[in-house]
Ligand binder design. Structure first.
Ligand code: SF4
Length: 349
């Protein structure tokens, strides 16, 4: 039988707050929702799944987000920084494995100066002109974002985490403000980046209305990429006794995002694979069309511990690539060697 609320979301790419409350708050619509999300993803992207080679360049961070194992206040965290040569070697290896996007991700580490980041981006683009470079290095002044863009960076990922300022304040120290996060995202968009935002599902103190606020914020921002995943606890943070987010709610939100933003690049995240062994396959079936295998040197992977029990920390890059290929195929999709740029449709979206 047709599910009216799912059909409305698919048709209008929108619902009222009351309808969203119903959809998010129960599992009654999940089967229809996930089926519709898969159909819409196939209409826009077929069975293609895009690869992003993730290089975790530094585990130092000056910030103190309460949920994150890399927070400056975590004295037990093991810290490392990759050298320029190591980063370029990761790209070299990734290119040979078929990656055409490299994501440089790290904490907000002052040792990675704007000059250094610009040089890195320019070197990668010179070595691999057919590849996209994505940065995920946190909040910066607009001028820094402009410099990275001029140096050749194509995309920037900055999860907004929660669009409710009061909830944001419960997850972050006083010096971090939702308003600044928002300013960063709009600066990035105006400069011309393909922009990725996103949020945690099941973070401490989160309510259904917070999730609705996240969707409304994304509708306003219209990002190209949206990264979500279950909140996962880290033992050495102030949230060490909080519950992990759930797989079911994460998949539900992913499917809602696919129907609201049919054009979007939606990763099936490592966090999904951590909360459930089949999580990433289920994420693809719920509308995800991106996977981000790790290209960091194996020796540092365990040190990039943003949450406990993170998967894929022991395998070589080539093994990660093969494992992901098998998983994607078993879920009914196909990895493509392509930059994987966003496919915007005319009109809405
Ligand atoms: S979430 Fe990012 S900014 Fe916050 S402490 Fe962790 S690495 Fe630093």
């Amino acid at each position: 039988m047709k599910d009216a609320i799912v059909a409305t979301l698919r048709q209008n790419r929108d619902l009222s707050d009351d309808e969203l409350r119903e959809l998010i708050g129960t599992d009654r619509h999940d089967a229809a929702l996930i089926r519709a999300a898969d159909e819409v993803r196939r209409e826009h992207y077929g069975d293609a799944v895009y690869l992003r080679g993730l290089i975790e360049i530094t585990s130092y961070c000056k910030n103190n987000c309460l949920y994150c194992g890399l927070r400056a206040g975590n004295r037990r965290a093991e810290r490392y920084r990759l050298s320029r040569e190591e980063i370029l070697a990761c790209c070299e290896e990734g290119y040979a494995l078929g990656y055409r996007t490299f994501v440089l991700q790290g904490g907000e580490d002052p040792a990675f100066t704007d000059d250094l980041i610009c040089e890195l981006v320019a070197q990668i683009k010179r070595a691999h002109p057919d590849c996209a470079v994505t940065l995920s290095l946190g909040e910066k002044p607009r001028e820094s974002y402009e410099r990275y863009f001029t140096a050749g960076a194509d995309r920037y990922l900055l999860r907004h985490e929660t669009a409710d300022p009061a909830h944001y304040a419960k997850l972050h120290p006083a010096e971090m403000r939702f308003e600044n996060r928002r300013r960063c995202l709009y600066d990035l968009k105006e400069i011309g980046y393909q922009v990725g935002a996103g949020f945690m599902v099941g973070s401490p103190y989160q309510t259904t209305d917070h999730l609705i606020a996240d969707l409304r914020f994304l509708q306003e921002l219209q990002p190209d990429m949206i990264g979500i995943g279950p909140y996962l606890t880290h033992r050495d943070t102030p949230f060490h006794d909080k519950e992990n987010g759930s797989l079911a709610l994460s998949l539900r939100m992913l499917a809602i995002l696919r129907l609201m933003f049919p054009y979007a690049l939606l990763p099936s995240t490592t966090a999904l694979g951590t909360v459930d062994p089949a999580g990433r396959e289920l994420g693809l079936k719920a509308g995800g069309n991106v996977v981000m295998p790790n290209l960091s040197p194996v020796g540092v992977r365990k040190k990039y511990a943003i949450y406990d029990n993170k998967i894929c920390t022991g395998e070589e890059s080539a093994q990660c690539r093969d494992c992901l290929e098998r998983r994607v195929r078993s879920a009914g999709y196909r990895i493509v060697t392509d930059r994987g740029d966003v496919k915007r449709t005319r009109g809405r979206g």
